[in-house]
Design a protein around this ligand. Structure first.
Ligand code: HT9
Ligand code: FE2
Length: 381
């Protein structure tokens, strides 16, 4: 019996935020399990976060990211300093360009003739503009590869909303969106090449440690912290962000040192202190490890796809400093980046979808996924 595809029709709200932020019509992503119709003009779209390109971009970029999110001004100023430390340029844009070049090569190698486009949520090239560009170029359907491998509002649902917003902007009518139709590719935290890329990097980082602490070194996976309320509703049954991260980290460690223990901790917490986010923070965890007599640690940021600013600032500066302070030998593994096996897996995901493979989570998400259902309207007297 064919499995019903549940269309994404957000009727909810972001778990911890203002309901007016939610895009009400996600007409962008309508997965179909039928093979791509012959002759349809298709494209691959890399959909990412975006990042500033210079000093003057930093504050407007941060305002785009945090609009309506209730992030304290002091936090924004602090994060702006991290960007200014690198001349106001986020590394994420060059990393996305490199990934696109690698994907183009990977598609050619697989004999897949598709153009690759790039759009962002928070900075140019904006997803709205690339949608117009694709329409002008005659593209009818886009497969959307988001630069997040996991569930959660921030990592999955919000990318669906970006697609819906871009399609609504084509007509000015969210109920009758335009431009190419789209389907988002599924979560890829357990894709063979993603796991292999992270495992190679973990092995390389371990090899950087002095030989006498290599075997007993503590393996510590990191991912972006999110509000507890967001974690609780991630995925169809809730807590999928943590579950997927645990699964990915386990797969990675098992390729390097089968069965070896690891910890999963959180980084880059934002938001007001009054709102609970996933804990422990990586810095607190390093202090606890040192306090328990550990001598060395390898961090592997399996929650991220490239070595963007939150990785290089929060780990290579802050966490490394914490490790030095408490006397832990420290190494940090690279993210998947443009590892050839990772790129090959991404191309495979695309090929699977084009052939009409059963849509998986991240492509077809139930309406309740990553949202808190809105409270029923109070009956009026
Ligand atoms: C789960 C997750 C991912 C991974 C999935 C994915 O990749 O999508 C991710 C990635 C990224 N986050 C990034 C940057 C920022 N994230 C912020 C704020 C926030 N992130 C959150 C979550 C996540 N974030 C959340 C819940 C907030 C609070 C505000 C809100 O609820 O939306 C802020 C505001 C300032 C601050 O408070 O830190 C900035 C500047 C960059 C770009 C880095 C660069 O430029 O290289 C990237 C790739
Ligand atoms: Fe973030």
């Amino acid at each position: 019996m064919p499995r019903a595809i549940v269309d994404i029709t957000p009727a909810g709200q972001r778990p911890d935020e203002d309901p007016s932020l939610a895009v009400r019509n996600n007409g962008g992503a309508q997965p179909s399990s039928a093979p791509a119709p012959a002759g349809r003009r298709e494209a691959l779209l890399l959909l990412s976060f975006g990042g500033p390109e210079g000093h003057d971009d930093v504050m407007p970029f941060l305002e785009n990211v945090t609009r309506g999110r209730g992030i304290p001004r002091e936090r924004l100023e602090e994060v702006a300093e991290h960007y200014h430390h690198f001349g106001g340029v986020s590394p994420i844009n060059d990393q996305n360009k490199a990934l696109i070049a690698a994907l183009e090569g990977g598609l050619r190698a697989a004999g897949v003739d598709l153009p690759v486009y790039w759009g962002n949520r928070n900075w140019a090239p904006y997803v709205e503009d690339v949608w117009q560009q694709m329409a002008d170029d005659g593209i009818e359907h886009a497969y959307v590869l988001a630069t997040s491998a996991y569930a959660s509002f921030s990592g999955c649902r919000q990318y669906h909303e970006d697609i819906a917003r871009a399609r609504a902007a084509m007509t000015g009518d969210a109920a009758a969106p335009g431009g190419p139709t789209a389907e988002k590719l599924p979560h890829y935290f357990d894709a063979e090449g993603f796991v292999r890329a992270n495992a190679d990097a973990l092995a390389a980082a371990l090899a950087e440690l002095p030989t006498d602490v290599r075997d007993p070194a503590r393996l510590v996976a990191t991912a972006h912290s999110i509000p507890d309320s967001m974690a609780a509703v991630a995925g169809p049954e809730g807590h999928a962000y943590e579950t997927e991260l645990q699964a990915a980290a386990r797969l990675v460690v098992d390729l390097v040192a089968p069965g070896r223990a690891f910890d999963l901790v959180w980084q880059s917490r934002s938001g007001p202190p009054s709102v609970p986010w996933l804990e422990p923070d990586v810095n607190d965890h390093l202090e606890a490890l040192a306090g328990a007599g550990e001598k060395a640690v390898v961090l592997f940021p399996v929650g991220f796809v490239s070595d963007h600013l939150e990785v290089i600032w929060d780990l290579d500066n802050e966490a490394r400093e914490t490790a030095e302070k408490v006397g832990l030998a420290f190494a940090r593994a690279a993210t998947a980046g443009t590892h050839p096996e990772f790129v090959r897996s991404l191309v495979e995901l695309l090929v699977e979808r084009r052939a009409g493979g059963e849509p998986r989570l991240g492509t077809n998400c139930p309406a309740s996924c990553c949202f808190t259902p809105p409270r029923p309207a109070r009956p009026t007297a």
